[in-house]
Write a protein that binds this ligand. Structure first.
Ligand SMILES: [Zn+2]
Length: 309
């Protein structure tokens, strides 16, 4: 008979998948709340999500999860209060009052094998070749930040942008892009989350395009001046959400191996902070230059077109 694992057994499995000591120095990963040392604390259901916000905490409670696993930390720096009249304190109270533990896998999941950018590449239908910034402590050369990928078959940039927008979770932002829409794209570097600190590695990789999130004006402008590298800027949430499905599948495999009675679920709540997007109106005399045609004006609240939330 499959038995429900204890919370500490599940946390140990998560720590094996994403060892805490592989997180960046500044990061705050691991268990945020939960009775890890209580042998009576059992887990029957685990919810995976990108952000530990109130809506997601409420969802974990409504779904009867005893464990919530998020990519982003609840507390990245120290705090002096978890009072329920602060928004983070309210999340903590909601979780503890309802017997839900919270565990975070952040930069230790980014660089893992498979990691956040593998999941992103998979969602985009790309074949992963190697890490963009390899982890020097991995002799196999598979761990690291970002991934260098190739397309199944080369596409025009305009088509690749549309394909990417259709493949990632629906957000108000959609995807902004820079480059000649007719340029041929065969190789792509991807990095889930904010990736504009990796432009040196992207240039060194010699890829045709770079897809990441949170691209700022100056790094993007300088990258475009430097080379014909095409840029795709997706919503931060959209680039990291595919990891939740990958992570849930990884824990499912552990549960199967261990004979655990454990169900995983992936939150479909869109927690991207941006909720609306108005494309500029078409102009009689458009600015000259490098702007691409308006690619998208999606403002749907659902993660997947046509799917229930
Ligand atoms: Zn992130």
């Amino acid at each position: 008979m499959p038995a429900q694992p204890t919370l500490s057994e599940v946390i140990a499995a998560l720590d094996t998948l994403w060892p805490r000591d592989r997180a960046e120095q500044w990061d705050a990963v691991g268990t945020v709340c939960g009775e890890v040392s209580d042998p009576q604390a059992r887990v029957s259901r685990v919810l995976f999500a990108v952000d530990p916000v109130q809506q997601v905490a409420d969802e974990a409670v409504a779904k009867g999860a005893e464990l919530l696993v998020t990519h982003h930390p609840l507390y990245l720096r120290g705090t002096t209060t978890v009072a329920a009249d602060t928004f983070k304190g309210r999340v903590v109270h909601t979780l503890i009052k309802n017997g839900v533990a919270l565990h975070v896998a952040h930069t230790n999941a980014d660089t893992a094998d498979p990691g956040v950018s593998d999941a992103l590449a998979g969602a985009l239908g790309l074949r992963v070749l190697r890490p963009l910034v390899p982890d020097p402590t991995d002799p196999a050369g598979r761990r690291g930040l970002g991934r260098i990928c190739e397309l199944e078959r080369p596409l025009a940039l305009g088509d690749f942008v549309e394909q990417a927008a259709a493949s990632l979770p629906v957000t108000a932002q959609g995807i902004r892009a820079a480059g000649d829409p007719a340029a041929t794209i065969s190789t792509v570097a991807v990095c889930g989350g904010s990736g504009d600190s990796l432009f040196d590695a992207v240039r060194a990789a010699g890829v045709d395009a770079y897809l990441t999130a949170d691209l700022r004006h100056h790094p993007a402008s300088e990258a475009r001046e430097h080379s014909p590298l095409a840029l795709l800027d997706a919503a931060h949430f959209a680039t990291e959400w595919p990891w939740c499905e990958q992570a849930a599948a990884q824990l499912d495999a552990v549960a199967e191996r261990e004979g655990w009675d454990l169900r995983t679920e992936v939150s479909r709540t869109v927690t991207d902070p941006w909720t609306a997007h108005a494309p500029s109106l078409p102009q009689e005399t458009p600015f000259s230059g490098r702007s691409m045609a308006q690619q998208t004006a999606l403002t749907d609240n659902d993660l997947t077109p046509g799917a229930p939330n």
